[in-house]
Design a protein around this ligand. Structure first.
Ligand code: NAD
Length: 479
């Protein structure tokens, strides 16, 4: 299947006719093609967005909200179809696409369709000066949204929904590795009656299509989710152009386990936070730190549970771990495993490729547990972004905190304890944008989402996203 760009409400081939292959990770085969869009395609999309902006930004909140809600409804109506497409394109288990990725994409639209009806700007009475100030929150104009392959529709819509709901027009690019549900979204937007030019989806490689979006002078803001290196590259281009930037980048998140936690809940959740989506979630707890008192017990129980996970064809409803997203990514993850001993690690479980019957060329890997003793090793410092976790023990609270913070990343942390004082101390001192206590990936869409240190700049979610996609303007009236 050849998918198309969505520009000015039309489904279009790329101007220069260039295409790239799209692979099905569960089989390791080419199953379609996507446009490798050029600067000229991006230019066309920007022009369409610019033309649509005056009308869309002046459309009433009620009308905008209605259209955005319709998109949410249509996503839910097509849940099974979209989940199957996502699972096929990405390699993730169909059960995950059905319960997490696609419902969440619908929630993103529903949430921001409602949020704009509650988003109010501030006013300040300048007492004694006979003046009143108020703030206008105006949409920026044309904005760019660029997303990664791990949660394709979920993260794509997490940016697009607030951007359009608050009145901007968008040029968006999904990952070239997982373009399918973005294409299906363009069909849904068309069906929902989103006016032409409000959302333009341009497919292609990061270095060409993505770069053209970032460097386009008429694009006022870039909302990007992806790797830290790419984020730094984007910042180098966009910052001197004074664009607004939201960068959601990599992570190396600690999962800190104390002996006083609710053990069974911790164990079951830790299996999920380690290996959900083949470990390819930026929020996965890839460094497991366990209090020495329960370390040996944890090692035994965790390994036993992990050994029961079923690696297999993602379209099988009983599969726990599907295929990794690409051959290149499989090779990258394997290189950490193959060099684990050299890096100071000891493989406790997994580490091998899995050959699934009838899907022998798919990119399957066992969930892998590596024991380490030094947090400074590559396995604990670099983002592997696959079904690989490390475990190590600690003795004191101070040591656990020091280990948790001793990485360049700062996206999220999970803490397992029933001690209130410790909870407060860690919550304050962990250098991350998100701290989960006795849970993992519980998401309330009103909360600020994002990372500290090299995990990014800015926050998504709730009114933070609406603030990012608007320019505040102060009006001062003396009377
Ligand atoms: P990536 O940085 O390679 O690509 C992300 C997107 O950027 C893709 O659409 C790609 O085509 C585009 N891109 C690449 N080079 C570009 C350039 N020069 N200019 C403009 N666009 C460019 O990341 P990936 O491999 O797709 O995703 C995995 C990474 O994403 C991991 O590091 C993961 O931690 C991170 N991630 C972060 C979050 C978060 O919320 N912090 C969420 C999910 C994934």
């Amino acid at each position: 299947m050849k998918i198309k760009n969505y520009i000015n409400g039309k489904f279009e081939d790329p101007i220069h006719g260039a295409y790239i292959n799209n692979y099905i990770p569960s089989k390791g085969e080419i199953y379609g093609q996507i446009p490798n869009s050029s600067k000229e395609d991006v230019e066309k999309a920007v022009q369409a967005a610019e033309k649509a902006f005056p009308i869309w930004s002046n459309t009433t909140l009620e009308e905008r909200s209605k259209i955005v809600l319709k998109i949410a409804d249509l996503i839910l109506e097509k849940l099974d179809f979209l989940a199957a497409a996502e699972s096929k394109d990405n390699g993730k288990p169909i059960s995950l696409a059905k319960t997490v990725d696609i419902p969440r994409a619908a929630s993103n639209f529903r949430f921001f369709a409602n949020a704009i009806t509650q988003f109010a700007s501030e006013s300040h009475e300048s007492v004694g000066l006979n003046a009143v100030n108020f703030t206008l929150r105006q949409p920026l104009g044309v904005v760019g949204c660029i997303s990664p392959w791990n949660l394709p529709l979920y993260l794509f819509t997490w940016k697009i929904a607030p951007a359009i709901a608050v009145g901007n027009c968008v040029v968006a690019k999904p990952s070239e590795i997982t373009p399918m549900t973005a294409f299906l979204l363009s069909e849904i937007c068309d069906e929902a009656g989103l006016p032409k030019g409000v959302l333009n989806i341009v497919h292609g490689l990061g270095i060409s299509t993505g770069q053209a979006i970032v460097a386009h002078p008429k694009i006022k803001a870039i909302s990007f989710t992806g790797g830290t290196k790419t984020g730094a590259h984007i910042a180098r281009i966009a910052a001197p152009m004074f664009k607004k930037l939201s960068l959601e980048l990599g992570g190396k998140n600690p999962n800190i386990i104390f002996a006083d936690c609710d053990y069974e809940n911790m164990l079951a959740t830790t299996v999920r936070s380690s290996f959900a989506n083949q470990g390819q979630i930026c929020l996965c707890g890839s460094r497991i730190l366990v209090e020495e008192k329960i370390y040996e017990q944890f090692k035994k129980d965790f390994t036993k549970k992990v050994a029961n996970l079923k690696v297999g064809n993602p379209s099988d409803s009983t599969t726990n771990i599907g295929a990794l997203v690409s051959k290149q990514h499989l090779e990258k993850v394997k290189s950490y495993i193959d060099n684990a001993e050299e890096y100071g690690g000891k493989i406790l479980f997994g580490g091998k490729e899995v050959h699934v019957k009838n899907y022998e060329n798919g990119y399957y890997l066992q969930p892998t547990i590596i024991e380490v003793s030094d947090n400074n090793c590559k396995l604990n410092q670099e983002e592997i972004f696959g079904p690989v976790v490390t475990i190590m023990s600690f003795k004191t609270d101070e040591e656990a905190l020091q280990l948790a913070n001793d990485v360049k990343y700062g996206l999220s942390a999970t803490l397992w304890t029933n001690n209130l004082n410790r909870t407060m101390q860690f919550s304050k001192q962990l250098q991350t944008g998100i701290v989960w206590v006795n849970t993992w990936m519980l998401r309330d869409l009103r909360t600020p989402f994002g990372g500290a240190k090299e995990s990014g700049v800015g926050r998504e979610g709730g009114f933070e996203a609406l603030r990012f996609f608007t320019e505040p303007k102060n009006i001062c009236i003396e009377y």
